[in-house]
Structure formats: structure tokens, C-alpha cells
Design a protein around this ligand. Structure first.
Ligand code: ZN
Length: 251
């Protein structure tokens, strides 16, 4: 299995998370950057651990003090051999005093970095689906190496639009929650489907409320597989192939 989105640096016991990968059935974990500082640490972590890769990027709620100089540093960092994507980037309007213009500006500048370096990107979208879609549509010329909608939670009316932009759709533990609609999963293009944990956040059923771990990606695969009528092994194979195609620098 591959966990395509985990915040390894947020674990108190990250050595344990990485050390137990083999017994947990994990081939690869992709660590996710959210600031310039943790992106640097993510690159170090990936360089020290063969089966850990990383993204670098500035999370939408953390963009307000970001300068062009910071973005230049991020771009340099993104040239490291184990950086597999730019992310997580996007828009998040859930906090009270969000600055939409600044968020969009930095989102687009990071899409430009991904395009210049020939890397895919990972999109975080919260309470902002209209603007995320519109920003991507307006910058379609920058989507040459694909992108993904991480922790997809926009329901059935939106996924086709994102797929039509050439993006992948990634599900985390949220797809296992009892209240969430899963009926549209059967309509998703299987070759555009990715799985992730977003750990240590967002534990899947049956572990809701507890610290999430990369190995719980198993429950995401299980839930989707049962919903669309595939076996666990069949879907595990498909999502692993998809992850390696998307994050093409994974060996
Ligand atoms: Zn995340």
C-alpha cells in the first residue's frame, strides 16, 4: 500500500511510523509540506528514509506572510530528488478572517512552480470549491503534469469537473464516515483514484477520534472497494499503480 498523503512530521513517534512501515504493509509514505520550514524538514526526512517521499508547499491558511523570496526558496527545495509534488496548496475559507486574494495569489504562484519544474500538485480545498475550481480552470495551461484533489469531500456534483481538468481524486478516512455519501464512487474513473490518510488527522471508521496512522489507509481502500464491488487486493493494486503514475518520481 502507499499512503499518498501523511503529515509524518506531526507525529511524536515519527521514527516508529517509518520503522513499522514494512509490518504495516506500507511500501511508500508521501509526507506533505505545509510551510517552508516543514517542507525543508520533509526533504531531510525523505533523504534519510528510502521509502519516504515528500511534497513541498505552503498550506492555504499559512500564506499570509509569504514573500516572493520564500517562494524562490520553495522552488529551489522542490528540485530535490525525493520531492514528488508541490503541495498541499489551494484555498481554505473556513477560518473567520481569511484573505481570499492572497490565498489565490499564492495558490497560482505555486501552480506555476509545479509547472516550471514538471511536477504534479496536491490541492487542499475547504469551504472554497467554487474558487478552487475557477482558479484551476483559469490556469488550465499550468496543469501539464497533473494534480490531485486531496481528501476529496465535494460530493458527486463536482468530481466530474475536476476529472475533466485532468486531475486525480484522492480519498482519506472521510469517505468511511457513516454520514457521507459514497454512492458516486462507482462513477469515478478507476485510473484516477488515489487513497491517503491525512494522518495524524482524520481517522477512518472504526478509529474516529483517535490519532490516525498511515497504516489506516487500509480502511479507506476497504471501504471504497466494498462500495464499488472490487476486492481489497484488486483496489490496492489499482491505487498503488495510480499513485506511482501520479507521483512519477517514486521508484
Ligand atoms: Zn494534509
Amino acid at each position: 500500500m502507499i499512503d499518498t498523503h501523511a503529515h509524518i512530521l506531526s507525529f511524536d513517534d515519527k521514527e516508529d511510523v517509518i520503522g513499522s512501515m514494512k509490518e504495516d504493509g506500507l511500501d511508500v509514505i508521501v509526507n506533505i509540506g505545509t510551510t517552508l520550514e516543514d517542507s525543508k524538514l520533509g526533504v531531510e526526512l525523505a533523504n534519510e528514509n528510502e521509502n519516504v517521499y515528500t511534497t513541498v508547499g505552503i498550506y492555504p491558511e499559512l500564506v499570509y506572510n509569504i514573500t516572493d523570496d520564500d517562494l524562490n526558496k520553495l522552488e529551489e527545495l522542490a528540485k530535490s530528488k525525493k520531492v514528488v509534488a508541490i503541495g498541499e496548496i489551494g484555498l481554505d475559507y473556513h477560518a473567520e478572517n481569511f484573505d481570499k486574494d492572497k490565498q489565490i495569489e499564492i495558490f497560482v504562484k505555486q501552480l506555476e512552480i509545479a509547472d516550471r519544474l514538471g511536477l504534479p500538485f496536491c490541492v487542499h480545498c475547504r469551504n472554497a470549491v467554487d474558487d478552487v475550481y475557477q482558479t484551476l480552470l483559469n490556469n488550465k495551461h499550468l496543469i501539464n503534469h497533473s494534480g490531485l484533489m486531496h481528501c476529496y469531500s465535494e460530493g458527486k456534483d463536482w468530481f466530474r469537473k475536476f476529472l475533466d481538468l485532468g486531475l486525480y481524486i484522492s480519498f482519506s478516512g472521510n469517505i468511511t464516515f457513516k454520514k457521507n455519501d459514497r454512492s458516486f464512487l462507482k462513477d469515478i474513473d478507476l485510473n484516477k483514484l488515489l487513497v491517503e490518510t491525512d494522518s495524524p488527522y482524520l481517522s477512518p471508521e472504526p478509529f474516529r477520534g483517535r490519532v490516525n496512522r498511515p497504516k489506516n489507509v487500509r480502511y479507506v481502500i476497504e471501504k471504497i472497494a466494498s462500495e464499488i464491488g472490487l476486492s481489497f487486493d484488486e483496489l490496492e493494486k489499482i491505487t498503488t499503480e495510480n499513485a506511482k503514475r501520479f507521483y512519477f518520481k517514486i521508484r
